[in-house]
Design a protein around this ligand. Structure first.
Ligand code: SF4
Length: 61
């Protein structure tokens, strides 16, 4: 699984709080997926983070 964050991100930091193994806030205050492919053990929380994003800015493939 690959995770990406698009430009709709508002910087709420929810994804980082849910799955810090994959998401972190960058120097612009926006989220980035910094480990790809997503580690197998983090897939469930990565999906939870994507589903919790208030602006649906996270894409999983
Ligand atoms: S949950 Fe969505 S809007 Fe919030 S920081 Fe993550 S990608 Fe951005």
């Amino acid at each position: 699984m690959f995770a990406s964050v698009n430009s709709d991100c508002t910087g709420c930091a929810s994804c980082e709080a849910i799955c810090p193994e994959v998401f972190r806030m960058n120097s612009f205050g926006l989220a980035e997926a910094y480990i790809n492919p997503v580690p197998q053990g983090a897939e469930r929380l990565t999906k939870d983070a994507a589903n919790s994003c208030p602006v649906a800015a996270i894409t999983l493939e």
